[in-house]
Design a protein around this ligand. Structure first.
Ligand SMILES: CC(C)(COP(=O)(O)OP(=O)(O)OC[C@H]1O[C@@H](n2cnc3c(N)ncnc32)[C@H](O)[C@@H]1OP(=O)(O)O)[C@@H](O)C(=O)NCCC(=O)NCCS
Length: 183
């Protein structure tokens, strides 16, 4: 998937050969994203970055999870992913992250719209989910901006160390997307 997100930003597949670039980006993003994303995503070197991209490449080979980078003026500044993707079940889950300097520009909302368009209109997915820590206001704001419905809280479902955080579930159905597209 390729999409122009603004005059200077674009969405492109993020692949194993880009592990060094991904690792350099994670050096800028790591502490910013650490509290809010799965621990396996927060790697510390090129080998770790390559392992993440390999996991997603294997997912894509099975028509499952996939990852895409966002380049702003040629620099990798974040991305979006299908954390889960099942054409058979008709469901997917979208995730995202940015380095701090790329926040506040609408890049993630635009990138998620590109993923949703592909999922609903090309792949016929029925339900797209968004899961975030309940205290992650910037993340739930994206879900709301995308027109998702807040469906509830999974109590203490997000463990970091010895602390269990509540997790929100948001979702958009294909018919909601189609209705919004019609205006
Ligand atoms: C979650 C996260 C990706 C959201 O980033 P974000 O920049 O707030 O989201 P967007 O890229 O959609 O940008 C929206 C912001 O840009 C502004 N904006 C500017 N132009 C815009 C446009 N054309 N369209 C939409 N928003 C626009 C919005 O007003 C909003 O700013 P505000 O929050 O100050 O009101 C980011 O905070 C992050 O990386 N957090 C850490 C990792 C994380 O939480 N990941 C998600 C795990 S569930």
């Amino acid at each position: 998937m390729f999409a122009q997100l603004s005059d200077t930003a674009e969405l492109r597949p993020l692949e194993v050969w880009q592990a060094e670039e991904f690792a350099a980006h994670l050096d800028r993003a790591r502490e910013h994203i650490r509290p809010w994303v799965g621990p396996s995503f927060v790697t510390v070197d090129v080998a770790g970055a390559k392992a993440t991209l390999t996991r997603y490449a294997e997912g894509a080979a099975r028509d499952g999870a996939r990852i895409y980078g966002i380049w702003g003026a040629g620099v990798l500044v974040g991305g979006v992913m299908f954390v889960e993707f099942s054409a058979a079940a008709g469901t997917c889950e979208i995730g995202c992250w940015l380095e701090p300097g790329a926040e506040g520009k609408g890049l993630i909302t635009a990138a998620c719209r590109a993923l949703l368009e592909w999922a609903f209109e090309v792949r016929g997915i029925h339900r797209a989910e968004w899961r975030c820590r309940a205290d992650n206001g910037r993340s739930s704001a994206v879900a709301e901006r995308l027109g998702m419905t807040f469906e509830g809280v999974l109590r203490e479902a997000w463990r970091i160390g010895d602390t269990y955080y509540d997790k929100q579930v948001w979702a958009l159905l294909n018919k909601d997307w189609a209705r919004e597209a019609l205006g």
